[in-house]
Design a protein around this ligand. Structure first.
Ligand SMILES: [Zn+2]
Length: 176
């Protein structure tokens, strides 16, 4: 296993929709293990393949209840809405308030290529929706109702959260 480089916004790979996995090969299983190691090393709760430069529909999630590896994840049911704060390993120092479904049911394939289903609420539901968005090239900057940047200030021990304009961030993306 190896820690991979996390691609940072505005890397265009983050905007490319990922391709479905036709078969969980050994190479893809190794990629999934590397992604888990990369996520843990960065203290994240989820990571999607485009974030390590791979355009395949693969994500890993661990909100503290164990690692879930998902190939071709699809949200098959959603219920309610919840707004909470989110960060993204590809967009450091930015936090966003994002409205998500409060509960989701996700179907995916596991490391052995077997179908499974997760019913989730709370942080797990949020993390699953965040990672599946990555597979479609959608980022928290697109969904945010409010965006904040952590800034170091002289005389302050903790970074200060400064509200920023979405357009300010989106301008960093170069038109293709
Ligand atoms: Zn993210």
């Amino acid at each position: 296993m190896a820690v991979r480089e996390i691609r940072l916004y505005p890397d265009p790979v983050l905007r490319r929709p990922a391709k479905p996995v036709t078969r969980v090969t050994k190479k893809l299983a190794r990629l999934a293990q590397d992604m888990a190691e990369t996520m843990y090393a960065a203290n994240g709760v989820g990571l999607a393949a485009p974030q390590v430069g791979k355009g395949v529909r693969l994500a890993v999630v661990d909100v503290g209840d164990g690692l879930i590896t998902l190939f071709n994840p699809v949200i098959v049911a959603r219920e309610g809405t919840a707004v909470d704060v989110e960060g993204c390993l590809s967009i450091p120092k930015i936090t966003a308030y994002v409205e998500r479904a409060a509960q989701v049911t996700v179907e995916a394939l596991d490391l052995e290529g077997r179908p499974f289903r997760v019913e989730a609420d709370g942080l797990l539901a949020r993390a699953l929706q965040h990672e599946i968005d990555h597979l479609d090239g959608i980022l928290i900057v697109d969904r945010a109702t409010r965006l904040f940047r952590e800034e170091e200030r002289e005389g302050e021990e903790e970074p200060v959260a400064v509200e920023i304009d979405r357009e300010e961030l989106l301008r960093q993306e170069v038109a293709p």
